[in-house]
Design a protein around this ligand. Structure first.
Ligand code: CUA
Length: 341
């Protein structure tokens, strides 16, 4: 097989590889599987770019094939490389076509961006998200702009309603990205960016930090849980209540250990003496699906491992290793935290 044909086969293979990639784009972080109006604009643009890429690849492959088949034989039978000619191909294929294609894509991208609102006056839910190394500090605002309640790493929103989210950073640059709902928007120290979320169907949408922000950037994830409006309202009402008091003996023991130990210095639990603001608010911790910025499932073994040695799971996180708790106290702390529903 000569070189031209090898290239033609390689182009065809790349077309199939791209088709395979596009076909697998229905995962939790797929930009091609939108569930919100902003993401839908970006998905349309994405599909167009992919289709255009297929056309260009097919044309290139066909040209290579024609060139390979047209002149076979020995190298010595062909004209020398420096006899001239072919300038038209270079000018049209190498300059004109790329300029037209790229300029067209630029205009289409600007058009798609214009459909994504950067501000709104009719939002029903207002949420402040503060990015921190390496988790998301979430504050829901009440109708007067005051603090309604705090939570972390898991955003609940009502389906079909407009949700205004402000993004800030308390340390370095981060980027808030929930691909099925919205494109990436940076969270920058000293600046507030606003995005409008509008989920069109209920679901749990995965997100992550999309700007390198230090050692645990890869474990700075989040979830957006879009619920029917009634379910959302029930959730928000429950979140706004102070923490429930532990009733079971083990959970009460855990409460004591939490309040007298180092935990309460960094975490807040509304309705208790714990008032720390360094770490996530834990008032309704037991109702969350995940821990450690959505990187681990919220179950007893993970929680216990996190309490004992968070540094082995997420080296560099502010949560220190806590070797001072004996086995029973670890169980008690887990029991108390899980009771915070
Ligand atoms: Cu925060 Cu990457």
């Amino acid at each position: 097989m000569n070189r031209g044909r090898t290239r033609a086969v390689a182009s065809t293979a790349s077309v199939f590889a791209c088709a395979a990639v596009a076909g697998s784009c229905s995962g939790p972080l797929s930009v091609l599987h939108p569930a919100g109006s902003s993401a839908a604009s970006l998905a349309r643009l994405g599909w167009f770019v992919i289709a255009l890429m297929f056309v260009i690849t097919a044309v290139m492959g066909a040209l290579l094939l024609v060139a390979a088949l047209r002149r076979r034989g020995q190298l010595t039978e062909h004209a020398r490389y420096d006899v001239g000619g072919g300038t038209g191909w270079v000018l049209i294929g190498g300059a004109l076509v790329p300029v037209v294609v790229l300029a067209g894509l630029y205009v289409l991208t600007l058009t798609a961006l214009r459909t994504i609102p950067a501000e709104t006056t009719d939002a029903e839910v207002h949420i402040d998200v503060a990015a921190r190394q390496w988790w998301w500090d979430i504050t829901y605002r009440d109708s007067l702009g005051g603090i309604h309640f705090r939570t972390a790493n898991e955003l609940h929103i009502p389906v079909g309603r407009t949700v205004r989210v402000t993004l800030r950073s308390l340390d370095v640059n981060h980027s808030f990205w929930v691909p099925r709902l919205h494109g990436k928007v940076d969270a920058i120290p000293g600046r507030t960016n606003t995005i409008i979320l509008n989920a069109t169907e209920p679901g749990v949408y995965a997100g992550e930090c999309a700007e390198y922000c230090g050692a645990q950037h890869a474990l700075m994830r989040l979830l957006v849980i879009a619920q029917p409006p009634e379910a959302y309202a029930a959730w928000a009402a429950a979140q706004a209540r102070p923490a429930r008091e532990p009733t079971a003996d083990l959970a009460r023991e855990g409460y004591g250990a939490f309040m007298s130990g180092p935990c309460s210095l960094c975490h807040e639990i509304a309705g208790t003496p714990a008032r720390g603001r360094t770490g996530p608010d834990l008032t309704h911790f037991g109702s969350r699906r995940t821990i450690a910025a959505a990187s681990l499932e919220n179950d007893a073994p993970n929680l216990r491992a996190w309490i004992v040695n968070a540094q082995s799971l997420k080296p560099g996180a502010l949560m220190p290793a806590l070797p001072m708790f004996d086995g029973r106290t670890q169980h008690a702390l887990v029991s108390y935290l899980q009771s915070l529903r």
